[in-house]
Design a protein around this ligand. Structure first.
Ligand SMILES: O=C(O)CCC(=O)C(=O)O
Length: 283
């Protein structure tokens, strides 16, 4: 297996709970996803008047949550990044195993905040932090464009994965296990360049930041986790999502009312690596 993370990267990962992989995929891959997002969203990248969309109304248009979450999942351009060897190699270095599956996740188009789109940013955990043992997960995001700090990219509390156990003893029993009380915690907004992949430990409080810039932030969420090859139901679900170009059937993922990918898409071609990362073939 190709090692992507250096010892310095791994040291940074252990102390900060996140790591940035530079040039994770070629520029052409970034452009392909960005072009697809603009087309999918029926927006014009050159016309700010088109960058905003009510989450509830505008019948027949694709949804855009205020946080910028967009319901695109199965396009070839997304799969090309999921099955890129350097992306895979970085996750294999984190997990210290080759046998991984990739998440089937969406993209983000976080437009500049303005009076009628006053997104403040959010902070949460993707895991239920009241569970014991704590779920062992990582999340990742690939930046498709340059995103300066405070321009709507990822924000995290660095190093919190090492402080969690002490911190949680100071918290009330009825605390929200998915949303931290941020008193005394410092949020860092990460500056990213196009092609940077950030991987972070799921114990870090994190979220999408407010976009104080003039340009939309575009990103693709990608993570990997040890393959669950014995879980046949999960494997079959993943294969059918890919083959039929569907969004995961979960509350947080409302899907696309136009069924753009289902009706008009083509099932992504997978490389031998992609087939294993999906679960179509065993490791
Ligand atoms: O937009 C981001 O980078 C953060 C996304 C996030 O909070 C998540 O993936 O759970």
């Amino acid at each position: 297996m190709m090692h992507v993370l250096t010892q310095e990267d791994l040291d940074f990962w252990h102390s900060n709970g996140y790591v940035i992989v530079r040039d994770a995929v070629p520029q052409a891959n970034l452009d392909a996803v960005a072009d697809t997002i603009w087309e999918f969203m029926e927006m014009d990248r050159a016309d700010p008047a088109t960058w905003y969309r009510p989450d509830d109304g505008d019948e027949g248009k694709p949804r855009l949550k205020e946080s910028g979450m967009a319901e695109l999942y199965q396009h070839q351009s997304l799969w090309d990044n999921r099955q890129h060897p350097r992306v895979y190699g970085a996750f294999a270095d984190i997990w210290k195993t080759n046998k991984l599956w990739v998440s089937i996740d969406r993209v983000n188009l976080n437009p500049p905040a303005r009076a009628d789109w006053d997104f403040q940013g959010f902070v949460h955990w993707d895991i239920d932090t009241s569970l014991r043992p704590l779920p062992n997960r990582v999340q990742g995001v690939l930046s498709l464009v340059d995103v300066p700090a405070n321009a709507g990219g990822l924000q995290v509390v660095p190093g919190f994965h090492r402080r969690f156990h002490d911190w949680v003893k100071t918290q009330p029993a009825d605390r929200d296990p998915r949303i931290p009380d941020m008193t005394g915690l410092e949020l860092k907004s990460l500056a990213m360049q196009a092609g940077d992949l950030v991987i972070w430990h799921s114990l870090l409080p994190h979220g999408t930041g407010r976009n104080n810039s003039a340009r939309p932030r575009l990103a693709q969420y990608i993570t990997m986790f040890p393959a669950k090859e014995d879980d046949d139901a999960m494997r079959q679900e993943r294969i059918s999502l890919w083959r039929e170009r569907k969004s995961p059937d979960r509350k947080a993922f409302p899907g696309d009312p136009r069924r753009w990918e289902i009706e008009r898409g083509a099932t992504a071609k997978l490389t031998p690596l992609g087939e294993k990362l999906l679960g179509l073939r065993n490791w």
